[in-house]
Ligand binder design. Sequence first.
Ligand code: NB4
Ligand code: NI
Length: 184
Amino acid sequence: MITMDNIIREGNPTLRARAKAVSFPMSAGQKQLAHEMMEFLENSQNSELAEKYKLRAGVGLAAPQVDVSIRMTAVLVPDENDKPLFKHILVNPTILSESVKMAALSEGEGCLSVDRDIPGYVPRHDRITLRWYDLDGNKHVDKLRDYPAIVCQHEIDHLNGVLFFDHINKKNPFNVDENTVILG
Ligand code: NB4
Ligand code: NI
């Protein structure tokens, strides 16, 4: 079971590396890791289990965060009623196109690999067209907007060695340009 002890933190060079593409068929170990990453997200969103295992809540977890430098991430975005809105393990995700319009979460972002609060808006593309592969190698193409699009961009950043605060305006953290909507 993945717990916070398995999640590497800022300063570990794996978080700044470009992760390697996954080839198909995936190994049994890679598939098991994928399921454990999704299980972590489920546990972290369950208040009893999160308290029991001292997990920080997460809606995404990228393989490099558990020190496995491959292009794979779990995403579990619930809707207002806590029903899964977007729940997938994304293998080799690629953004095919992105809107000019940007969006940022009103509360800013946090990261399970960053143990400090870093205030500020993180501008992201409001809409993306995402290509990804499932564990069996089947190709998927999804159009995402708003919250799920933001989560996927945060996770894909991890596969490229980018952390959320890299996007925050250094001089004026809550300054964003005119084409940015604030969500939430
Ligand atoms: C990834 C997110 C940071 C901003 C937005 C949010 C939470 C993370 C990091 C975009 C992606 C993890 C992966 C939350 C959270 C809302 C939904 C359902 C019930 C509690 C949960 C709390 F926990 N970010 N944390 N940060 N990361 N929303 N929610 N709620 O998920 O570092 O790279 O359970
Ligand atoms: Ni993160």
